[in-house]
Design a protein around this ligand. Structure first.
Ligand SMILES: Cc1cc2nc3c(=O)[nH]c(=O)nc-3n(C[C@H](O)[C@H](O)[C@H](O)COP(=O)(O)OP(=O)(O)OC[C@H]3O[C@@H](n4cnc5c(N)ncnc54)[C@H](O)[C@@H]3O)c2cc1C
Ligand code: FES
Length: 1279
């Protein structure tokens, strides 16, 4: 008999699987390679995108089909986590396999959105859902969309899915409404200008009539070979270079393998191992995949427990749990219920479809979601080994030996977990709190079991377990011991909180940080458990027992879906023959001096052919400094603002604005001592990662005569061209930089292109080959900077009527180590510090602080949101300090038509009041405000907040020269038109708007017009696609070129008035009239003198908007839910209402993330902790408001915009702060209930930690204060 480690003893030794119906047989692939890499690099199926490579974004989602118990099963999975050998004998479907644009055979779910980078992931998630369940409910779809990002959802129409009839049109479904005369669905009228509408109108804007109904019979069939040849029961082994893959089917062989190869890693779902491989560079000489062993899939009920084999995925386990909850009496399923609930918050569905419970237990993470449940419920694992046989071991205080260590021996496997059924008089509950509600690793998880004597209420047994409070999952043994025999009562609660606070206390600089919050959570969880049990037992003598503790669950959910999907090409999808790949090696320390570099070790790595040690000729020392950045990670300085104020060396530059200079020659300084009502304060606002789905990347192709072709994911081809030319010492005309589209930019790709394009160009020159350079998400987040964090200091005087009479406002920005775009960002912050309010006098100062952080850069809003945030805080401060109604105060100070801003711009067509009033009415604000007050009176620990937030955003670049654009319009003899302009398509719908403009100017159908790409050899010197003016400026340039063409065609139209476009074009060609034209456009700009504080008519116009948000906050945990958002936005006469509404929704969600959840975390030594989706959370699909109504203001025009339209990209972003202020209202209600009525400084973002710590109460009173600042090293530092 052959040895179990002998590869040749296995049924199959070649990797066989199917992709989109085609057979793949592999004999030469590294088993450590992921399916995503294989699909993209080997099969060139680039529809599957890689956004993070760590299971956090969903861009790489594919569908896997296999045979299980004779049936074909489908599931969605993250291909970036799936090891290539994991699909042995299975069929993989990628987005290319479900339809094709080219063949006009799109699948009904293949209708994508925004920049398209994550669209394939969305599409495949929905496809897998439909393959398993052709009639999904709303909650099925919600589940299918878990882990996807919310800003990426929607550009051109959203689809509402109704629980009742399952139709995408929801209540507008033609089955529910009579068809109108034209036979189309729904009878509702649209208002001209699409005003006053809501999500229903959005559906009307999208024409779904082309969507073919779903026909399951048209799907790819499961490959007959896989079924006929019984691949599911074939053993498989594979040997490649350094890694051997074993996939036995017999249980005995599995145990023998573990005996022979005790240090071989078992690989179940690979969701943990993939991360270890990527970030800890673990060695994997041998792996054993136990998933095909039938015994591991066993599940049954046994004495007082449920046996679940570890071959089940977490999804299977969840399904089995739900089945048992239906079959068993309710009182027995206490633990099962909480396993089921916890699994909903455990990762996303695509991870749960593959991950196992064994992987979770064996990993022994201190923040595991399930281990606290196993510990508190006294669950057991079945461990088995060939040498010692099977044993059942309790998961208790002896199971976890230390950080990521368990009692499991190297030759043992986890065969099953046995989950206890609750006994009579036992009560069980588990809770989790994370930074983001869905698909996020826990901050703290708590699980509790108590057995009470029903008559005496004496505690007979109690188990309290926590994750996130120690290096291992922890049982609070001391507390448990002291609580036995104590009567369940309010005194019991008090005693428990005291004991837990003592036992769980964390040192101030504890790894992971948030020591006080984590302890508060641990205590609050117990308090919740105490109330739940007391409520169940109807113990009315216990205070608060009537309180409902769950938040936001009574509101039905609205869903998003789709817009026309296409197969989109991004820079990394382009295959260039004989191409080298390049990567940066980053310094392990944040700040230091580079003395020398030893390349020996790097040169010994397989495949490395060389390095770059020549930085070219840099004329500008600042550029040189920036380019050297890739050898070091910068560090932060604690309290940089304080230092900046004290030491001028920390400040790059000072800017000022004095409103008095608008009417006077001299600055007028008022005497502040004369004012009766003055508020003074300071507020911090954190930075924000761009988190574009497509990381920064480029390809440089060297051509003859020093020419370079650069394909790059960037918002400014011109800057890249300039920087490369400068650094390589060659003329710009030899460098062609081009972009097809980018997978999101948000400002992060405005000025950063040179960081990779310059070294890639140098390498292309050095090695004479094409170079592909793509940042891993991990590096991208460390190198490219973020939105500027700000501190905003204010002093405001008001008169007795609440009118703003004097303002002193200082904005400090953390610019990082180079000036980059910090001046522009600061200037915009300063010219938005008034937001929508008239100040009789205002002095505004801006200081850019230099720190050793990565250089911060542009981000949608470009400083505007930071400036306005300070203002809105100030307004709250005034209202709360003097007991005024904040809405009244704001209305009193709103700008009126023709008013002048502190920076000297007169506001014409000023729509502040109109958007405010319309939003107030649409949202039913006044009525709901009363309801919120009532809700808060009736609920002790859940509070609601509702808030209105107005905004004004000035349109145009702050620098005069940037306010220009060019275009090239080419007409061909068949009448088709090619338009080129300087703007980039990045999901904002710019090309669509430009096509509309060209078609309108040339009076031809839009189908006749096409845009290839954006390239420096078609339009020179183009400004970045930024400042929201993409369609304003480029549209004007296109309009100018079209006008010239139309003038040239006019004689031919006159000669042949009955002819058509094609006839006139041909006639012009025959007569030798040029059919190409370059156009040019500029928009209004007058420079403000920021050095002397003298204002000017800086912008051509402003965009106005108002949002209303209602939230519900769990004051015990800091969790919140956005219940409803209404927005009224003034976009003039919209060029494309569907795109504009999509932009408003996307910007709002991005702003909502900025102000409520996204937190850039940096260690005091400068190491950046937030470097991927695992620890940096942006809003997911679940975070979108449950009701989301966006309206465009009617009867608004704009003298300064193309076709009377207004820009839209950035203006709505600040409205995301409305959710922050609504949260603050809820927190304030809780504070007032607890006797704290004063104004309180509440910094942004309003993370669960900030919310909970602001909700001071009897639970937080058990949390000891932090030691004196400076006496310890905190885990993270404020930036
Ligand atoms: C995006 C993402 C989100 C996540 N979210 C969460 C979350 O919300 N909560 C949470 O708790 N975890 C989370 N995790 C962590 C991880 O998914 C879980 O721990 C998961 O249960 C691991 O299971 P797996 O089968 O994928 O393990 P694998 O990666 O296959 O294995 C992990 C470890 O377990 C060992 N192992 C596997 N099977 C066995 C077995 N039968 N017997 C003995 N040892 C075995 C392996 O050798 C390895 O050491 C997340 C991970 C990712 C990538
Ligand atoms: S690339 Fe796989 S989840 Fe992000």
């Amino acid at each position: 008999m052959k040895e179990v480690t002998d590869i040749s003893s296995y049924d199959a030794t070649k990797l066989v699987f199917y992709v989109n119906g085609k057979r793949v047989e592999e004999t030469d692939v590294d088993p450590k390679m992921t399916l995503a890499t294989y699909l993209r690099d080997k099969l060139k199926l680039t529809g599957t995108k890689i956004g993070c490579n760590e299971g956090g974004c969903g861009a790489c989602t594919i569908m896997v089909s296999h045979v299980e118990d004779g049936e074909i099963k489908h599931f969605s999975a993250n291909s970036c986590l799936m090891p290539i050998c994991g699909v042995f004998g299975k069929a993989v479907t990628t987005v290319e396999g479900i339809g094709s644009v080219a063949k006009n055979r799109l699948h009904p779910v293949a209708h994508g959105s925004q920049c398209g980078f994550c669209t394939p992931g969305f599409v495949m998630a929905m496809y897998a859902l439909l393959r398993n369940n052709p009639n999904p409910t709303v909650s099925d779809i919600n589940l299918g969309l878990q882990a996807f990002y919310s800003f990426a959802v929607d550009e051109n129409g959203t689809l509402k899915v109704s629980e009742d009839n399952g139709c995408g049109m929801g209540e507008n479904c033609c089955k529910l409404k009579k068809k109108d005369e034209n036979g189309s669905c729904g009878g509702e009228e649209t208002t001209p200008g699409y005003t006053g509408g809501d999500r229903k109108r959005k559906i009307q804007l999208s024409d779904l009539s082309d969507c073919k109904p779903y026909d399951p019979t048209q799907e790819l069939i499961f490959p007959p070979e896989l079924k006929l040849h019984g691949y599911e029961s074939k053993s498989f082994a594979y040997d490649h270079d350094h890694t051997k893959w074993y996939q036995p089917v017999s249980y005995e062989n599995l145990l023998c393998l573990k005996r022979e190869l005790p240090h071989a890693r078992l690989i179940s779902g690979n969701s943990e191992l993939a991360i270890e491989l990527k970030f800890r560079f673990i060695d994997l000489p041998a792996v054993i995949n136990p998933r095909q062993v039938k015994e591991l899939h066993a599940r049954h009920l046994e004495d007082n427990g449920v046996y679940m084999g570890t071959g089940m995925s977490l999804t299977d386990m969840d399904n089995y749990t739900v089945q048992l909850m239906k079959e068993l009496p309710k009182e027995r399923t206490g633990v099962l219920k909480h396993v089921h609930e916890m699994l909903h918050w455990f990762a996303g569905i695509h991870v749960r479809n593959v991950a196992s419970v064994a992987g979770n237990i064996a990993t022994a993470s201190p923040i595991s979601d399930l281990n606290p449940i196993w510990m508190a419920s006294n669950a057991r694992v079945v461990l088995d080994s060939d040498a010692r046989g099977e044993k059942k071991v309790h998961i208790d205080e002896k199971f976890f030996l230390g950080y990521r260590k368990t009692v499991i021996q190297p030759d043992e496997i986890i065969k099953a977990v046995i989950v206890p059924l609750t006994q009579e008089n036992e009560h069980f509950a588990a809770y989790k709190q994370a930074q983001r509600r869905e698909d996020d690793i826990a901050i703290v998880t708590g699980a509790f079991l108590v057995k009470l004597d029903p008559k005496t209420l004496i505690v007979e047994n109690i188990r309290i377990s926590y994750g996130g409070m120690a290096p291992t999952t922890k049982l609070a043994l001391n507390t448990m011991e002291k609580l036995k025999g104590v009567k369940w009562s309010e005194e019991f609660l008090d005693k428990t909180l005291g004991l837990l606070s003592e036992e769980l206390k964390l040192p101030a600089g504890v790894p992971g940080g948030m020591s006080q919050y984590r302890l508060s959570l641990a205590l609050s969880f117990f308090f919740k458990f105490f109330l739940e049990v007391s409520k169940k037992l109807n113990l009315t003598e216990i205070k608060f027992v009537d309180c409902d503790l769950k938040i936001g669950q009574d509101v039905p959910q609205t869903l998003y879906a789709t817009q026309l999907y296409q197969k989109l090409w991004n820079a990394d999808d382009i295959n260039v023959a004989d191409c080298l790949h390049m990567a940066f090696v980053l310094s392990p320390i944040a700040h230091g001096t580079l003395n020398s570099i030893d390349y020996t070790a790097a040169m010994n790595v397989d495949g490395v052919i060389g390095y770059l040690d020549d930085y070219g000729s840099y004329s500008n020392p600042e550029t040189f400094k920036a380019s050297r950045n890739f050898y070091k990670l910068p560090e932060t300085s604690r309290n940089f603002q304080k230092q900046a104020l004290e030491a001028e060396s920390f400040v790059f530059k000072h800017f000022v604005i004095h409103s008095s200079l608008n009417d006077n020659e001299q600055v007028i300084k008022n005497d502040w001592s004369k004012y009766d009502r003055v508020v003074e304060g300071s507020i911090d606002m954190g930075g924000q990662e761009h988190f574009y789905l497509e990381t920064q990347q480029c390809i440089v192709i060297p051509h003859e005569d020093d020419e370079l072709e650069i394909i790059i994911s960037n918002q400014c081809v011109n800057d890249v061209q300039i920087e490369v030319a400068k650094c390589l010492g060659i003329a710009q005309h030899k460098i062609q930089t081009k972009v097809k589209r980018i997978g999101g930019g948000f400002g992060g790709k405005e000025s950063t292109g040179a960081i990779l394009a310059v070294p890639a160009s140098l390498a292309a020159k050095k090695f004479g080959k094409s170079i592909k350079f793509k940042f891993e998400r991990f590096d991208d987040m460390a190198i490219t900077g973020t939105r500027h964090p700000f501190t905003l200091q204010y002093k405001l005087a008001v008169d007795e009527n609440g009118k703003f009479i004097d303002l002193d406002f200082t904005a400090l920005s953390n610019s990082g180590h180079t000036i980059d775009l910090s001046m522009g960002v600061m200037q915009r912050a300063m010219v938005h510090a008034d937001n929508v309010y008239k100040f009789a006098n205002a002095d505004i100062t801006g200081k850019m602080c230099k720190t050793h952080l990565a250089s911060n850069t542009a981000f949608r809003g470009f400083g505007g949101p930071q400036g306005m945030f300070g203002t809105e805080i100030m307004v709250k401060h005034v209202a709360e300090q003097f007991g005024w109604d904040h809405d009244e105060i704001r209305q009193k100070n709103f700008y009126q038509e023709g008013d002048c801003t502190p920076f000297g711009m007169h506001l014409n067509q000023c729509n502040v009041t109109r958007t405010w009033e319309e939003c107030r009415k649409n949202s039913d604000y006044d009525k709901r405000l009363e309801e919120v007050k009532k809700f808060n009176e009736n609920n002790k620990f859940r509070k609601r907040g509702i808030y209105l937030t107005p905004t004004r955003f000035g349109i145009g670049f702050g620098l005069k020269q940037l306010n220009q654009a060019g275009a090239l319009v080419l007409v061909y003899t068949d009448g088709s038109v090619l338009v080129s302009h300087g703007g980039m398509e990045m999901g904002q719908g710019l090309h669509t708007k430009i096509l509309q403009i060209a078609a309108r100017c040339l009076e031809i159908p839009i189908e006749k017009v096409h845009i290839h790409d954006t390239s420096t050899d078609k339009v020179p010197n183009a400004s970045a696609t930024a400042a929201s003016v993409g369609s304003d400026m480029n549209g004007l340039a296109v309009q100018d070129a079209c006008r010239q063409i139309m003038e040239r065609l006019a004689p031919f139209k006159k000669l042949n008035p009955d002819g058509k476009w094609d006839d006139w074009v041909k006639a012009a060609y025959v007569e030798r009239v040029s059919l190409s034209a370059s156009g040019f456009g500029i928009i209004h700009h007058e420079p403000v003198d920021f050095f002397n504080g003298k204002g000017a008519e800086l912008f051509g116009y402003s965009v106005y908007g108002t949002a209303c948000c209602e939230v519900e906050v769990d004051c015990l945990t800091g969790d919140h839910h956005l219940l409803r958002t209404d927005i009224v936005m003034d976009v003039g006469e919209s060029l494309n209402p569907a795109i504009d509404i999509g932009q408003i929704e996307g910007a709002f969600i991005q702003g909502y993330g900025l102000f409520t959840m996204e937190e850039v975390k940096i260690r005091p030594d400068g190491i950046r902790l937030t470097r991927g989706p695992g620890n940096y959370k942006i809003p997911s699909a679940d975070d979108a408001p449950r009701h989301f109504n966006v309206s465009l203001l009617g009867n608004s025009s704009n003298k300064m915009g193309i076709f009377s339209s207004k820009a839209i990209g950035e203006p709505p972003l600040f409205l995301g702060s409305c959710a922050f202020f609504a949260i603050r209202e809820a927190v304030r209600a809780y504070r007032i209930q607890n006797g704290k009525t004063d104004y309180f400084a509440f910094h942004s973002p309003s993370t669960p930690e900030r919310i909970r710590m602001a909700c001071e109460d009897f639970v937080t009173s058990h949390v000891p204060p932090l030691p004196e600042e400076g006496s310890y090293t905190p885990w993270t530092t404020s930036v």
